[in-house]
Write a protein that binds this ligand. Structure first.
Ligand code: NAD
Length: 495
């Protein structure tokens, strides 16, 4: 099958001196150069300057100035129109953005186009549609009237100010757009901090935003070491809110830093998501469901399932068909059009997953398929099937964030439900059955921010998304995001 040819625009972009995007301009900055590694080859494809305290000050000052000036002076509909123009520009540059994303993250080119860029565009348009639709309320006031005077009160929603958005490496455009678009449509401005592993795509998106007319300072991108820049950004006096997507330990540090200063924080963190298959599903339906829930993008989706609960009587047959299906997937360069298994996103992640598989063996789990890297350059790891015998196995408790499905047999649905809820996480889950009565009842009992029925991992901009327990707080999408990016101002009058 054909290998995608690198666009001239991508080659030219990679050659540039990269750093940050501040106040409407690409600004390399003077920090140490960090290599960007293509995970499919292990080769360096670009270099990006790390940011420092001066870059943080410059980005925050630019964002604050835009927040108080050009962005707040623009009508809400004009803001929405700019967001729509950016969506159009991203669509026009779809292939370019997809190729840059695949180079940095190893995502297959098909997923970079169809999921990363197309979904980012869809979410951006959804949020743009909220422009002019963010309302307060009027209210009766019950104060006594001595001389015929009357009262009226109303609330209005005010933007919080400069929002710091901290982004992981798994969907470097789409997750950045979730945060950026929610902030912008509420009237906030943003400073985005991409992952060290995927620093390039949002630099390109920010340039497109400047090209379509976003005022300087509305969208800023700051690259570099999260451990250094994160606290500086959150503690900066102009930071009004932080919205973070990433791992639980980093999320806790972010939450603590924000709460110490009484700043609001939205935390979208990791999970150990469960998929419960009831015995009325056929073997092939179960296998289709498992492939959808656990193995897309090599499992590097926060909502992917990693714990699978199967009826004991069907377990062995399901796993044998699943292994057949997985063994037929094409392992290839993510730039091959028909690649189905690309590399993991970075070396550190591969090493973490290899360690977790080693621990699974110590726990007595059976690695039935995969569990190792195939012989080829880059950070590849085969889709893996593990039969576990206890809910206490490491693989049933800790997130791999990779293509490692852990399968536990159950005899009793009630017990399976208890095991699903016996987890520190609560991001997502799914129930698979033709018995809708049970599906709805079980969805009510499963402790997770989202429960899918006969589907898994699909997100829609109209449906709020976010975790409970250690998986975080706050909700993105729907109308729920409005609370997180605005504050209520009350006004009372006498007449
Ligand atoms: P990570 O926590 O290592 O890094 C996330 C971001 O935080 C990066 O930009 C990093 O530079 C920055 N960072 C690091 N230290 C920081 C600090 N002290 N203060 C502020 N920022 C800091 O996560 P990752 O490895 O990039 O992403 C994988 C994780 O993200 C997985 O656990 C996955 O489940 C989670 N995730 C969750 C969701 C969700 O919506 N719930 C979505 C995608 C990914």
């Amino acid at each position: 099958m054909t290998q995608v040819k690198q666009l001239a625009a991508v080659s030219a972009f990679l050659q540039r001196d990269h750093g940050h995007f501040i106040n409407g301009l690409s600004q390399p900055g003077g920090g140490a150069l960090r290599p960007v590694i293509d995970p499919a080859t292990g080769n360096e494809v670009a270099r990006v300057h790390d940011g420092c305290a001066e870059d943080v000050s410059a980005a925050m000052a630019a964002a604050q100035q835009a927040f108080l000036g050009s962005w707040s002076e623009m009508s809400t509909l004009a803001r929405g129109n700019l967001m729509l123009k950016l969506a159009d520009a991203m669509e026009q540059h779809r292939e370019e953005l997809a190729q840059i994303e695949t180079l940095c993250s190893g995502k297959t080119i098909a997923l970079s186009r169809g999921l990363e860029v197309d979904q980012a565009v869809a979410f951006l348009r959804y949020f743009a549609g909220w422009a002019g639709k963010i309302y307060g309320e009027t209210t009766e006031i019950s104060l006594p009237s001595f001389n015929g005077e009357k009262y009226r009160g109303f609330t209005q929603r005010e933007p919080l100010g400069v929002v710091v958005g901290i982004i992981p490496w798994n969907f470097s455009i789409m997750i950045a757009i979730w945060k950026m678009a929610a902030a912008l449509v509420c009237g906030c401005t943003v400073v985005l901090k991409p992952s060290e592993f995927t620093p390039l795509t949002m630099l390109r998106v920010a340039q497109l935003a400047a090209d379509v007319g976003f005022p300087p300072g509305t969208i800023n991108v700051l690259n570099g070491n999260g451990g250094l820049l994160g606290p500086l950004l959150i503690e900066h006096p102009f930071c009004a809110k932080v919205t973070f997507t990433g791992s639980v330990p980093t999320g806790r540090a972010v939450g603590n830093a924000a709460s110490a200063l009484a700043k609001p924080a939205t935390l979208e963190l990791g999970g150990k998501n469960a998929a419960l298959f009831l015995a009325d599903m056929s073997v092939s339906e179960m296998v289709d469901g498992i492939m959808e829930a656990g193995y897309v993008n090599q499992g590097q989706i926060c909502a992917s399932a990693e714990r699978f609960y199967l009826p004991a009587e069907k377990m062995d047959e399901v796993l044998s068909v699943l292994i057949q299906r997985l063994s037929q997937l094409k392992v290839a360069s993510p730039f091959e059009e028909d690649c189905q298994v690309g590399p993991l996103a970075n070396k550190a992640h591969l090493e973490k997953i290899l360690k977790m598989v080693a621990r699974a063996k110590e726990d007595g789990d059976e690695i039935l398929y995969g569990g190792y890297s195939p012989e080829r350059p880059g950070y590849y790891f085969l889709p893996t099937v593990v039969k576990v015998h206890s809910e206490n196995s490491t693989l049933m408790r800790e997130e791999t964030f990779g293509p490692v499905g852990s399968f536990l047999a159950y005899d009793d649905e009630e017990k399976a439900l208890q095991q699903i809820n016996n987890s520190p996480f609560g991001l997502a889950a799914s129930v698979w059955t033709h018995n809708f009565n049970k599906a709805i009842r079980y969805s009510e009992r499963i402790q997770a921010g989202i429960v899918w029925i006969n589907m898994h991992t699909f997100l829609d901009p109209a449906l709020p998304f976010g975790g409970i327990k250690s998986s975080g707080n706050g909700r993105e999408f729907g109308s729920a995001f409005i609370n997180d990016y605005t504050r209520l101002k009350s006004v009372m009058m006498r007449y």
